[in-house]
Design a protein around this ligand. Structure first.
Ligand code: NAD
Ligand code: UD1
Length: 339
């Protein structure tokens, strides 16, 4: 298929480009580089030895989207482009609603004009809010507690209404759990611009000496070691879920959510220990209190994705830690390491 990948220069998008090309898909990227650099696409080109057409532009720009649709004529779109920092979303709600909602609407309208009927959407387990039961399946009630989470749920609702009105259209809503890890080449990985928001990139920066210590938020949760449990998913497994979702969208119409996680979860202390083992570096930690709005545990029930997408996670915790360390140690300043 010919696949337009919005936000394709980002962390998950770049890994997905490689998996798409490995399965024979043709790819085109639209990215405004607000959280990425064009260098990423050069690395994707050299790792794949393939062609990556790219356009610099914003998903909220209708005219730009028409140009891209006309030039590339995609059969499907994978929509990664968006903003993802929970804390920032509370400070800049209008900016988040604009990029994540107006962006999705503008893209859908351009797809309609170009008669493109399949969309794979980057959603998040954050749409569930604090889980009422575990493992969390797709029937779990949705109750996002952040602006960011509400943008994801609203976008899911827009896509669901779009497919209801257009029965030949398909929207696959992938609810990612906690993406971590890097490409086995160590040439692609997560490259936070500021202080990392998430656990794994923070640990990686401590290991490489960019930060002194990790603050562990809470040790009094009702979990085996008192620290928070999450379902971490290797980014290469996550990337492959998008390829499986494309095949699904070629055979099915309507909108359908899928949890993309491993079905296992690990504590903050287990994540630190696995990273110490992978890097042979000590990770100093400082115990802090619980983060407001944080909760004890999350874990995916991913059986729907296993059964209907034919997708299974294959990477384990040590793969996640080892690949993150290989990327971080080879690129201590991320993609800026080449400058
Ligand atoms: P990322 O920031 O690395 O990638 C997003 C890409 O979109 C970047 O390359 C950025 O430059 C681009 N972009 C942002 N705004 C744009 C705009 N207006 N027009 C065009 N391009 C734009 O993030 P990621 O981790 O790869 O996440 C990709 C998607 O997955 C996001 O929608 C995010 O909300 C979602 N998601 C991420 C996580 C996670 O933990 N990484 C978890 C759940 C869901
Ligand atoms: C965060 C986001 C969520 C997003 C998810 C995956 C928030 C409130 N939620 O959730 O929307 O979908 O990432 O990208 O930001 N921790 C520490 N010290 C740190 C960082 C984290 O102890 O410096 C702990 C947290 O308390 C948690 C675990 O590590 O128990 C994982 O944290 P994080 O990576 O931020 O993921 P989530 O909390 O699941």
């Amino acid at each position: 298929m010919r696949v337009l990948v919005t936000g394709g220069a980002g962390y998950i998008g770049s890994h997905t480009l490689l998996e798409l090309m490995a399965q024979g898909h043709e790819v085109c990227v639209l990215d405004n580089y607000s959280n990425a650099t064009p260098e990423v696409l050069n690395r994707v080109r050299s790792l794949s030895n393939g062609k990556v057409t790219d356009f610099e532009g914003d998903v909220r720009d209708s005219a730009k989207l028409d140009d891209v649709m006309q030039a590339f004529a995609p059969d499907a779109v994978i929509h990664f482009a968006g903003l993802k920092a929970v804390g920032e979303s509370a400070q800049k709600p209008l900016y988040y609603y604009d990029v994540n909602i107006t962006g999705t609407l503008t893209l859908l309208k351009a797809m309609e004009r170009a008669n493109c009927r399949r969309l794979i959407f980057s959603s998040s387990a954050t749409v569930y809010g604090e889980p009422q039961y575990l493992p969390c399946d797709e029937a779990h009630p949705t109750n996002p507690v952040s602006v960011y989470g509400r943008t994801k749920l609203m976008a899911e609702q827009i896509l669901t209404d779009w497919t209801a009105a257009n029965p030949d259209c398909a929207a696959v809503l992938l609810r990612y759990f906690n993406p971590v890890g890097a490409h086995p080449s160590a040439d692609l990985g997560e490259d936070p611009r500021d202080i990392p928001n998430n656990l794994m990139p923070f640990i990686a920066q401590v290991a490489v000496g960019k930060r002194d210590q990790l603050e562990v938020f809470g040790d009094d949760y009702d979990t085996p070691d008192g620290t928070g449990l999450r379902d971490y998913i290797h980014v290469v497994d996550l990337a492959r879920a998008h390829v499986a979702a494309l095949d699904y969208a070629a055979q099915n119409s309507g909108a359908r959510p899928f949890n993309i996680g491993t079905g296992q979860n690990y504590s903050v202390r287990e994540m630190v220990a696995s990273f110490e083992a992978a890097s042979a570096k000590p990770i100093p930690t400082k115990q802090s209190t619980r983060l407001e709005g944080d909760f004890a545990a999350m874990q995916a029930d991913a059986r729907r994705a296993n059964a209907e997408l034919g997708w299974h996670a294959t990477h384990n915790l040590s793969d996640m830690a080892a690949s993150t360390w290989a990327w971080q140690s080879k690129n201590p300043d991320g993609y800026r390491s080449d400058d």
